[in-house]
Design a protein around this ligand. Structure first.
Ligand SMILES: C[S@@+](CC[C@H](N)C(=O)[O-])C[C@H]1O[C@@H](n2cnc3c(N)ncnc32)[C@H](O)[C@@H]1O
Length: 236
């Protein structure tokens, strides 16, 4: 069952706003993150993730410049837009969905954009271990998992968030659910990360397919951005 109350960006019609039985940050957020921080899970990288990530290691070495991550890139439009916004960077779009990445593969090829099919948890852990030079990291419209009991599925309430923070760079998360934005900003602090505030995204050209759909449906959109210093690379 899709975790979000909206339709896919490819489907016609208006997207419904997120419906939740939570009206503010989850009361158990701080405790959940404290538990994650106390028991950092270090499962080995699954065998199927190693080859595609090793190909990226080689591409990053050949590029010899900054990397921009588009985590959960979906159909990939945002990765191309980010390549235009970051002219010195190699942009890596990561998603676990074969169907969405098949659409990304039909976009005009860009010499500085790579797509990889893998789980974000694995990509972040590998990128951290290999010290990828991440200058910027975009998490655009992550699945909100809006029911209160789904807290543990949200990225900021998962152990993998420690790896995301350790990658450093300028982190930007966008969402159409105000509660997710508020929680994400709070969570950065609970994880020991930098302070961040929630902004309403000003009008502008959509960066991704979901952003286009949400804008067309009249949703308010939110952004949480923070610069994570390199000193967080040793983050535990
Ligand atoms: C709501 S869509 C947003 C897609 C795109 N960022 C956009 O704004 O159009 C969330 C995306 O995250 C991907 N995703 C969710 N969990 C993931 C995971 N654990 N690893 C990799 N991708 C994941 C989904 O496949 C989906 O494409």
């Amino acid at each position: 069952m899709p975790p979000v109350s909206s339709s896919t960006p490819e489907s016609p019609g208006r997207s419904r706003p997120v419906v939740s039985n939570q009206s503010g940050p989850h009361p158990g957020l701080a405790a959940r993150i404290a538990r994650c921080r106390a028991h950092v899970h270090r499962r080995p990288l699954p065998a199927h993730a190693r080859a595609p990530l090793a190909i990226l290691d080689a591409a990053i070495a050949a590029h010899a410049g900054p990397v921009v991550l588009d985590s959960g890139c979906g159909t990939g439009e945002s990765s191309l837009a980010l390549a235009a916004q970051h002219p010195a960077a190699l942009v890596i779009g990561i998603d676990k969905s074969a169907a969405r990445l098949a659409r990304a593969a039909r976009l005009p090829p860009h010499p500085r954009v790579r797509f990889v099919r893998t789980r974000l948890e694995d990509a972040w852990r590998h990128a951290r271990a290999e010290a990828w030079p991440v200058a910027a990291h975009y998490l655009l419209y992550p699945n909100p998992w809006p029911k209160q009991h789904q807290l543990a599925r949200r990225w900021h309430a998962q152990a993998a968030f420690a790896d995301l923070i350790a990658l450093g760079g300028r982190l930007e998360m966008r969402t159409n659910w105000a509660v997710y934005a508020a929680e994400f900003a709070l969570a950065l602090g609970y994880w020991g990360g930098p302070e961040a505030t929630v902004e309403t995204l000003p009008p502008g050209a959509p960066l991704s397919a979901f952003e286009r759909k949400y804008r067309a449906s009249g949703h308010a959109l939110y952004r949480v951005a923070a610069v994570i210093p390199r000193s967080f690379a040793e983050f535990g």
